[in-house]
Design a protein around this ligand. Structure first.
Ligand SMILES: Cc1cc2nc3c(=O)[nH]c(=O)nc-3n(C[C@H](O)[C@H](O)[C@H](O)COP(=O)(O)O)c2cc1C
Length: 202
């Protein structure tokens, strides 16, 4: 059987840090669950701020790569630092380049905060993924400063939650994608549900 393809998106413009620590825990769990995992570390990508009027943007290699890898992925593990009660601008900008690539896909969500509960950044990522007709895991993980010693994760509770997300994304992403693709292929009738609204899409 083909291994599920999972992308881990690090939604920070700062490399490393606590977000990268949680990404590594999630990655190890997804690999253990049998996935082929790639990383999209937004601190290492030259992605412009999305502009609908800039015809050159879709031709930029970094933008084309972002879209290609999202289209090929079965599932996503999305990590964001909480900024002003929201996801980071970098992760929102990643979303703004995507839509059809996320439809019928599945995502698990993880946030780091400066002390807040993380619900607002998790909710914002969930909303954006859902508005792209993607499905999200009803369980998330948040790393607060007390959960770390420097960048080292010391909370076994947070580690456990992140590992569960890694396993669940690998478990559910291929199932959701296969069901959605089958419904999409069946045509635009209401019996095809939301996938039917994408009948004829690439
Ligand atoms: C512009 C900005 C806004 C922030 N807003 C929040 C916030 O609303 N709530 C919160 O708990 N932490 C907030 N923080 C703290 C970050 O969430 C925290 O530093 C970050 O998640 C740490 O992740 P890192 O170690 O990977 O850099 C903010 C930080 C910045 C730079």
């Amino acid at each position: 059987m083909k291994r599920p393809r999972i992308i881990i998106v690090l939604g920070s413009t700062a490399p490393g840090g606590r977000l990268a620590t949680l990404a590594s825990v999630a990655e190890a769990a997804a690999v253990e669950a049998g996935a082929e995992v790639t990383r999209c570390d937004l601190s290492q990508r030259s992605i412009p701020v999305m502009c609908t009027e800039d015809a050159e943007q879709p031709t930029l290699p970094a933008v084309a790569e972002l879209r290609r890898e999202a289209a090929e992925a079965d599932g996503f593990i999305l990590l964001t630092p909480e900024y002003h009660g929201n996801m980071s601008g970098a992760l929102k900008n990643w979303f703004d380049f995507l839509y059809l690539e996320l439809a019928g896909k599945f995502a698990g969500l993880i946030a780091t905060t400066g002390g807040g509960g993380g619900d607002m950044s998790i909710s914002s990522v969930k909303n954006s993924f859902n508005w792209c007709h993607g499905f999200t895991l009803p369980f998330h993980a948040v790393g607060k400063p007390d959960d770390f010693d420097g960048d080292t994760l010391v909370s076994e509770k947070v580690r456990d939650r992140v590992q569960r997300i890694g396993h669940d994304v690998v478990r559910y992403a291929p199932v959701i994608r296969a069901s959605f693709d089958a419904a999409k292929a069946a045509g635009p009738e209401c019996t095809s549900g939301v996938a039917g609204t994408h009948a004829g899409d690439p």
